[in-house]
Design a protein. Structure first.
Lengths: 178, 70
């Protein structure tokens, strides 16, 4: 089974046509559901995706879409917007709507986040399932084992030193008595 | 759940509209209010997103004009 794309760059790399781009992007949103820290999110946003404008007819929209998402996600969590997302080749010259019906387009005009509007992209809803958690990022079992082993070593060394001190003190006490 | 998510279509991805259309075809609610009641039953205290409401209104009017095909 193919692993889900871990970054926007991987989405672009795998998006050979409009259809595969759409599904790879949805898969990336599933990856987003599992991200809990800013550092991991930054790794998902920062690598520059290849330009898709020559790969399929709607490629320009896809290029702008990836940049809008990167900026939107980065802004939401207080990360720096990736440099590649600010480039002019990631904006459209004419408006593009994700929906057709007039009432839905009106909503899109009103509700599109700024990162989308400024690239001429309009959508009534943006699916961004981010659930970052406060605190340290989770550690693997292997990392926990390593940390525990290190802690145990430090504890034993400290105890050994204390025993040595006791033994030394006892020797002095015995010498003083005799 | 499809209504709660109500993901709009994207490039190459149809969003939740086809599934919502299919479900409305099956359930045959007579109005948006009926859909609201069903939604409220599963998600008490929550209301449909405005996009989902617009979508339901449009789909209900389209469904009334077309035969059930799936």
């Amino acid at each position: 089974m193919t692993k889900r794309p871990q970054s926007l760059a991987e989405v672009a790399q795998r998006g050979n046509d409009l259809h595969s781009f759409g599904w790879e992007f949805q898969d990336w949103l599933h990856t987003m559901r599992t991200i809990r820290s800013r550092a991991v999110l930054a790794r998902a946003l920062n690598p520059e995706p290849v330009l898709l404008k020559k790969r399929f007819p709607e490629g320009r929209v896809a290029d702008a879409w990836l940049a809008a998402y990167a900026e939107h996600a980065a802004t939401l969590v207080g990360l720096t917007v990736p440099t590649w997302a600010r480039r002019s080749n990631r904006s459209l010259s004419a408006p593009w709507f994700s929906v057709e019906a007039l009432a839905e387009r009106r909503l899109a005009l009103r509700d599109s986040p700024p990162a989308f509007k400024k690239r001429n992209l309009f959508t009534p809803k943006v699916d961004l399932p981010l659930r970052l958690r406060a605190g340290r990022p989770p550690k693997s079992a292997e990392e926990k084992h390593r940390t525990n082993a290190e802690r145990q070593r430090r504890f034993r060394a400290r105890r050994a030193f204390e025993w040595e001190l006791h033994r030394h003190a006892a020797t002095i006490a015995m010498a003083e008595k005799s | 759940m499809k209504l709660k998510a109500s993901r709009p279509p994207l490039l190459g991805y149809p969003g939740d509209e086809p599934d919502i259309r299919f479900l409305l075809h099956r359930i045959k609610p007579d109005s948006l209010e009926t859909v609201d009641e069903i939604f409220e039953r599963f998600f008490p205290g929550e209301i449909l997103h405005e996009y989902a409401r617009n979508l339901v209104v449009r789909l209900l009017s389209e469904i009334s004009k077309e035969p059930f095909t799936r």
